[in-house]
Design a protein around this ligand. Structure first.
Ligand SMILES: [Zn+2]
Length: 401
């Protein structure tokens, strides 16, 4: 006979669940927590006292309730006190944020990077330097409980090694380990794919909150994706799942950075758009160059319109394939795909009508990212907080030791 969960297991689970409500939903009354968690009032009181003593939440009297009787105390996350570091390594930028419990961005630094080379020493050194600057500005009673990075590339589950990142020019890079060493906080750095983490961010706090089945498509130099199925991120056997950018939509098409031809990324990514719109000779690239094409198309520039419309057709075809396979409730366009989608929504919709099956597309919602340029950082912060929510007291005891 197997023993059931111990009292301690149950308490740990309940503490994590309560903290998750406060972290994701914001300030909430004890009465609402009692209703949402299906626990009795005295249990909720004991759990909030534990979390308060640990410095993770605080309880306050609500402002005017307008109701007679004793008001229920409101539980708030200690956002200014408990925080994580979130890092973002993209083709063109490096960003760091200090994010408080509850998902509040408390401080942030950003710099451009050269997309043609990846120097681990330089990247990890810059990121750790930014983190140190931010840390010097914090109050003495603040505590860092985690760190995580979003990287534009394929990351091995478990050890934070960037296996492939053609758009970063990174390959087999022990990124998590090196950044952890440089930070010197005695904390491991979790690492995830940027589009996967942005999907998680939109699902937790963005346009896809409360949506259990969604696909997030992230455009930068390339196209990344994150698939949330039944409320969980689809990682695949080794963590490389969701590489929708390398779904082949045009077998005889453009060469892709991965070595194949006609991948969604090759037909829809930044380079494809700039080439189709006759903008390569300008020498400009990145999000601003993409915005320039979309703006020009909007103002009636025929070449820009044709380029955008061609790219929109491929994008729509890719989305139709994904919709047929995964039957998402929502598809979210982020990064430069936000602009590309807004400029070519008619093409995307018409490809969906042509190629997606009616039952899958009838109630599909197409949306743009709510978190914008912060989606990857917010997602990295959620990854960093994940172990705090799994065992709040243990993490805090360790951080304070
Ligand atoms: Zn490819």
């Amino acid at each position: 006979m197997r023993a059931g969960p111990s009292q301690e297991d149950i308490r740990r689970h309940n503490l994590g669940a309560l903290l998750r409500h406060v972290h994701l939903g914001g300030p909430i009354s004890r009465a609402e927590l009692t209703a949402k968690m299906g626990l009795n009032r005295s249990t909720i009181m004991a759990l909030t006292s534990d979390l308060t003593a640990a410095g993770l939440v605080r309880e306050e009297l609500p402002r005017e309730t307008g109701r007679a009787g004793r008001p229920s105390l409101v539980v708030r996350p200690e956002s200014a006190r408990v925080y994580v570091f979130a890092f973002d390594v993209g083709p063109d930028r490096l960003a760091v944020a200090r994010v408080g419990l509850g998902g509040v961005i408390l401080d942030r630094r950003e710099t451009v990077r050269d997309r043609d080379r990846f120097d681990l020493d330089e990247v990890a050194g810059l990121l750790a330097g930014f983190a140190r600057q931010m840390r010097r500005k914090t109050r003495a009673d603040t505590v860092c409980v985690g760190a995580a990075a979003a990287v534009s590339g394929g990351v091995r589950k478990g050890d934070g090694v960037v296996r492939f990142g053609p758009n970063l020019k990174a390959e087999e890079v022990p990124f998590g380990e090196e950044l952890g060493r440089r930070l010197g906080l005695g904390l491991p750095v979790s690492v995830g794919n940027d589009a996967n983490l942005a999907a998680l961010a939109e699902h937790s706090r963005g346009v896809g909150a409360a949506v259990r089945d969604l696909i997030y498509l992230h455009g930068d130099v390339g196209i990344g994706g994150g698939i949330i199925a039944g409320g969980h991120l689809l990682g695949g056997h080794e963590g490389y799942g969701g590489e929708v950018g390398h779904m082949v939509v045009n077998p005889g098409g453009r060469a892709c950075g991965c070595g194949s031809h006609g991948c969604l990324e090759a037909e829809v990514g930044e380079r494809a758009l700039l080439e189709s719109a006759g903008r390569v000779s300008s020498g400009r690239h990145g999000r601003d160059a993409v915005r320039t094409v979309v703006d020009a198309a909007d103002r009636g520039d025929i070449v820009a319109q044709e380029g955008l419309s061609r790219v929109g057709d491929w994008l729509g075809l890719g989305v139709a394939n994904l919709v047929n396979i995964f039957n998402p409730e929502m598809v979210i366009f982020g990064g430069i795909l936000r602009e590309i989608y807004l400029g070519s929504a008619a093409q995307v919709r018409s490809q969906l009508t042509l190629h997606a099956m009616a039952p899958q597309r009838e109630r599909l919602r197409l949306r743009t990212s709510a978190l914008g340029d912060s989606a990857t950082l917010v997602g990295a912060a959620e990854l960093a907080f994940a172990h705090v929510l799994a065992d709040p007291l243990e993490v805090l005891a360790r951080a304070n030791a």
